[in-house]
Structures are given as structure tokens and as C-alpha cells.
Design a protein around this ligand. Sequence first.
Ligand SMILES: C[S@@+](CC[C@H](N)C(=O)[O-])C[C@H]1O[C@@H](n2cnc3c(N)ncnc32)[C@H](O)[C@@H]1O
Length: 305
Amino acid sequence: MSLAAPSWWRLEMAAPPELEDSLIWKLGMLGISRVAVRHSPADPHQPLLLAWLPAIDWPEAERLELAAALAPLADTFRLPLPELAWFPQQEEDWSSSWKQHWQADPVGLRLLILPAWLDQPPEHEGRLVIRMDPGSAFGTGSHPTTRLCLEALEQLADAPGGIPSRVADLGCGSGILGIAALLLGASSVAAVDTDSLAVRATADNVALAGLAPRLQVRQGSVEALAELLDGCPADLLLCNILAPVIEALAPAFDTVLAPTGVGLLSGLLVAQAPKLAQILAALGWRAELVAQQSQWGLMMLHKAR
Ligand SMILES: C[S@@+](CC[C@H](N)C(=O)[O-])C[C@H]1O[C@@H](n2cnc3c(N)ncnc32)[C@H](O)[C@@H]1O
């Protein structure tokens, strides 16, 4: 009896919370979009990343190179890259293997991230549903920085005056933050991302939510965002990108955030907050660290008086 060559490789690797979304993003960049994250109830803090790769495109040499391509992500956090384990898999409905690992994911008190193919579970009835097609772009809601932003949006919505009306989403990824802002009561969102895949994912997800007329998305960075806002800076700026990128974009914040507005900045490590606050102060902004999850921080931004 001869063993048939595998049709697929199933990659399994530990995905520490710091790395999880970066790994998904990088795999997506490398054309690997069939990705799932399994959270074991026994050990919810040790998620397992799974990816399905067509065997024909991923011979051994390519699989070895994949580890080298992922290693710099771990270096950023001074972590060792978790070991990549490969399992041959025969033709099967990989798409359902992939999808079965995604669950409804409650965030804060009022939000629920729901994969596009699931119904709202009765235990989460009453929550505002953010429907996502995971696997397309960064921002499935599982990363601490995305969760920090979602929780802060919820708090803004519950504060007197509610959530600010006009929102700017700089580095929108899957569009998750802008969609949440609309569900929580914002009237419109202007969103940009330098990554064309993210722009497409945002457009798909906002259409899935039935909110397309209220969210405009374009490829680009802060300049494209200012153009989308058409000379009228937003009341709320969302920016969940790494600290050095926020630092580089900050001189243009005046063009996208009104002096009376509020900004939510994440993607930064708590240890990076003091330096970022200083840089923003020199530009006329007051930025305070208001929340954190593990080593990730969220800063709230106001115009300095
Ligand atoms: C950490 S992800 C955040 C995604 C989503 N907003 C969230 O909170 O889950 C950062 C996103 O910013 C985008 N990005 C990186 N540098 C950028 C820049 N200079 N201008 C605009 N977007 C940028 C990346 O492509 C990525 O989609």
C-alpha cells in the first residue's frame, strides 16, 4: 500500500498574546490566509495558531524559510520564535477545519465579535455584534491592543455626551474599530490603511455589517485620511499602530483630529508611553496612559490647554 502525498500541511505553533496578531498578519502577507487561533479552555493564555498550506506550494525548503520570515516578529519582543510543527493532511474540507476554531468573542460589556458564519449565541443576546471575516487582515479582536481600543470606545459611548460623532481610523486593519464606533453611536468613519488587503477587508466587513454608507475607506496614511475628512478634522481619532509609527505620524495629527476632539492611541508598549507622551507634548497634545493589558498600553489624547 502506498501512502498518498499530503495535499495540505497543517502548521501548528504557540501564539503568545504579544505575537498572535502579528503572526496572522505576516502569514496573510505571505499568502497564507487559512489561519485559525485555538484557545484551549484549560489554558486560555496559551493560544495555538493553526494554518493550512497547500503542499504543492510549500515544499520543505519553503517551509524552512517560513520560520526565518517569522523570526523578526518575535525579535521585536525579545521572545524566541515558538517552534513550527508541520502535520501532513489529506484533502478534506480544510475550510471547515479552519472555521471551527473561531468562536463568538465577547469584549467589554456590550460588544461581541462574531465570525461571519456564526449566529449570535443566546448567552450573548443583547450585545452589539461586530461581524468579522477573520483571516483577512489584522484586527480579529484577539490582540490586546484591539481589545483595549474596543473597551475604551465602549467607555466613551457610556460617558455623558456619548461617543464622538465623526471618527477617523488611522491604520484600520480589518475595520473593527470603526465598525465598533458606528455600532456604539458614531455617525461616520473615515478609515485608511497603507495595506491594500486591509482596505479590502475593511470594505468587506463594513458591508457585512450593513454600515457601508457610513464608513469610507481608502488606501494610504494620515495624508489620505486628511483628504477623506475634507478639511474638517474628526472628533475622535483611533490609531492602533506601533509606537515608532505613531511618533512619525503625530506631527500630522492636527490635520485629522479637531482641537476639541479625543484620540485613542494603542499599539504601544507601556514602557514606550512616557517617551511618546513627551513627543506629543512638544506637538501641543496631552497624552495619558489610561489602560493596559499585559505590556500593551492605551493612551488618551487631548489638545494641551
Ligand atoms: C496593529 S494593526 C491595527 C488594526 C486595527 N485598527 C485594530 O485595532 O485591530 C495596524 C494597522 O496599521 C496599518 N499601518 C501601519 N503603518 C501605517 C501607516 N503609516 N499609516 C496607515 N496605516 C498603517 C497596518 O497595515 C495595520 O493594518
